[in-house]
Design a protein around this ligand. Structure first.
Ligand code: SF4
Length: 346
């Protein structure tokens, strides 16, 4: 992971002068900036992790290369790391995310799960999704989100969405570029009152959208949005942006288009997957939203193939998987409380 500042601490530990170095580097760093600490004493790791947790500078990565340890932490908390509205009171498990396949017709340069036309298909599959939907209905799931890669690449996407919609109102995330031929038929078959289309559009201007997503994609996505609306679907527009200025430009565009607040998503690029820049997010930054892929159950959709966000490989019984995520969330809270007591200064 690339960092903004590299600090070589040699053989220093917390017992021999590391703390002043850390304080100095924090002063030099901007909020959200990444700092890499490189040293010869791997044993510093656990104490450094504790320091990171206690000071609210999340540790993002820990590696050893050629006998030297390297830790990367982010300076400070990030507000609104993925653009979600702050809904701290939403119970864990009320939102369920399904990654259906991972392959995609696009290869966006910030894709948080490395989807692309050449990414191997890792399919959750209709049979498993039907079982998930059956079991989810009794577990307090209020919303289901279906994402791909691009879900409309799947022949049986209509059946998949119908089984999800039978359990809870369902949103399908799509780039909106495949609503032709049999896929248009799949779309037409879906219930308008149970399914929302969340279509990715990054900018009011084609240049910026196409820069990240490929030439000509903005125009085709706009056509897809029009098509979905013409069929009577509720369409939510979701932009992934790099700067506040881009977010503001998109907000103005949504105002001009008279898009309702609940049909807007504006989020920052997350430093996950193939993204080389963006907001670095850790488990501690994210309230869990149970996320199921062909590979297991993850903490949150923004890192749904990253080992640090994997909770369990076992999807079934679904009640157990939900329990595992809740227990992991409780452990995070207990850990924070314990640190607060250990470092209680007055
Ligand atoms: S960001 Fe979405 S559209 Fe782009 S490659 Fe990833 S899954 Fe596909």
């Amino acid at each position: 992971m690339r960092a903004d500042i590299e600090l070589d601490i040699g053989r220093k530990t917390f017992a021999s002068g590391l703390l002043p170095e850390l304080i100095a580097v924090l002063r030099r760093s901007r909020l959200g900036g990444l700092v890499a600490i490189v040293g010869d004493e791997e044993s510093v790791g656990p104490e450094l992790e504790t320091w990171c947790r206690f000071t609210g500078n999340p540790l993002l990565e820990s590696t050893v290369d050629n006998g030297r340890a390297r830790w990367v932490f982010r300076c400070g908390a990030v507000a609104d790391p993925v653009g979600a509205p702050p809904e701290d009171d939403r119970p864990v498990g009320s939102r369920l995310w399904l990654y259906t396949n991972f392959d995609c017709n696009l290869h966006c340069d910030y894709c948080c799960v490395r989807s692309s036309p050449t990414a191997p298909r890792r399919e959750l599959g209709l049979t498993r999704i039907q079982r998930i939907a059956r079991e989810a209905a009794g577990l307090g799931v209020k919303e289901i989100f279906v994402t791909g890669g691009e879900p409309f690449l799947l022949e049986d996407i209509a059946e998949i969405l119908l089984s999800c919609a039978s359990a809870a109102p369902t949103t399908v995330l799509t780039n909106g570029m495949l609503f032709t031929g049999r896929r248009a038929e799949s779309l037409r078959a879906l219930p308008r009152d149970r399914i929302i289309l969340q279509i990715s559009l990054d900018s009011p201007r084609p240049e910026l959208h196409d820069l990240h997503r490929g030439p000509g994609t903005w125009t085709r996505t706009r056509e897809g949005i029009q098509h979905a609306r013409a069929l009577g679907f509720r369409v939510r527009l979701a932009a992934t942006v790099s700067t506040d200025a881009q977010a503001e430009a998109f907000r103005q565009f949504l105002d001009e288009e008279k898009i309702a607040a609940e049909d807007r998503v504006i989020r920052r690029i997350a430093l996950r997957g193939v993204a080389s820049e963006g907001v670095a997010v850790t488990r501690a930054d994210l309230v869990p939203e149970v996320t199921i892929t062909a590979d297991g159950v993850y903490w949150h959709p923004v890192g749904a193939e990253d080992a640090d966000l994997l909770v369990t490989r076992d999807i079934f019984p679904l009640s157990e998987a939900f329990g595992a995520v809740r227990r992991a969330f409780d452990r995070e809270g207990e850990h924070a409380n314990k640190l607060a007591k250990i470092f209680n200064c007055a």
